[in-house]
Design a protein. Structure first.
Length: 303
């Protein structure tokens, strides 16, 4: 298939994005349209997670000031997914965003419900509850459980710094999520090594791992991932712009795929990394890293 035909094919195909952080998931194009007076210059790359957090705090957050701004960011995220023919969006809504509503977790739950309702004819929006590992644990449990029990969240996801972080305080929360039939995801193995992936699997028993790319360094870890039937939700451009991977040509994706790992391709933070799902697929096709048939397997894996 020619590149031009592949482009048309992938753009028209229904897609899922299962690793995305809702308030950062709008396209830069939609952002500029919704916030015409904001003059943000998006960096071409970031100095790791720390550099990315620096940009969010010092630049993006000068635009995201009020609760209405936050809702606008969330709406452009869902609209950007629809623009790319994403029909299933599993995006995390960060528990800490209750900040925008005077710490009212009920208000966050209400916003999530309203967004689902507003866009339901166009997209299946299934929010994950997103938890930063550094959030106060008391809050994680009190507000987190309210969210999980609200019926508005379909998954749970944990993120933040990966190296030397003790995840045992979250074991109980993951047990509660499982009891409520909520899908369990966790960020690990983007910047941390394969051993951290092993440890996380044994501790939290996630159904899916966000990134997990360093599994490629260990046959044992890849065996464990296959044995536990865990899916890796990978975001290639995010990995490259954050410096976790040197270039797409050397991305562990190919090797993970060849080792029989079930994986998907996602956007992570579209507003920062500026590559839609279709664009991620097009780059992989263009570089001849995967065949059309293999890309179809990856695309449909996400559903
Ligand atoms: Zn992520």
């Amino acid at each position: 298939m020619y590149l031009k035909d592949f482009k048309q094919h992938i753009i028209n195909s229904p897609k899922a994005d299962v690793h995305s952080h809702l308030h950062l998931a709008g396209s830069q194009k939609r952002f500029k349209r919704r916030f015409p007076n904001a003059h943000l210059k998006f960096p071409e790359s970031y100095d790791g997670l720390t550099g990315m957090i620096h940009f969010i705090y010092n630049h993006l957050n000068t635009v995201m000031l009020t609760d209405q701004d936050l809702v606008n960011f969330m709406e452009i995220a869902i609209e950007s997914a629809i623009d790319d023919n994403v029909i299933l969006l599993e995006a995390s809504v960060d528990l800490g965003l209750a900040n925008f509503f005077g710490q009212s977790i009920e208000k966050i739950i209400e916003v999530v419900k309203t967004l689902q309702e507003k866009y339901k004819s166009k997209i299946d929006f299934k929010p994950d509850l997103g938890i930063n590992k550094d959030l106060n644990l008391e809050k994680v449990y009190s507000d987190g459980i309210k969210c999980l029990e609200s019926g508005s969240f379909y998954g749970i996801d944990l993120y933040g710094q990966e190296i030397n972080k003790d995840l045992s305080p979250f074991v109980k929360l993951y047990d509660i999520a499982r009891d409520l039939n909520i899908k369990t995801k966790v960020h690990i193995g983007e910047f941390s090594d394969h051993e951290s992936i092993d440890k996380t699997i044994k501790l939290l028993h996630p159904q899916e791992i966000q990134h997990g790319i360093r599994a490629v360094d260990s046959t044992k870890t890849m065996d464990l991932i296959r044995k536990e039937d865990i899916r890796l939700n990978i975001c290639p451009t995010s990995n490259i712009l954050l410096g976790a991977v040197g270039s797409l040509e050397y991305h562990p994706l190919r090797q993970l795929f060849d080792n029989g790992i079930n994986l998907t391709i996602n956007t992570d933070d579209l507003i920062l990394f500026n590559a839609s799902i279709s664009e991620e697929f097009i780059k992989l096709f263009e570089l001849n890293l995967f065949s059309l048939e293999e890309l179809e397997v990856i695309r449909t894996n996400a559903f």
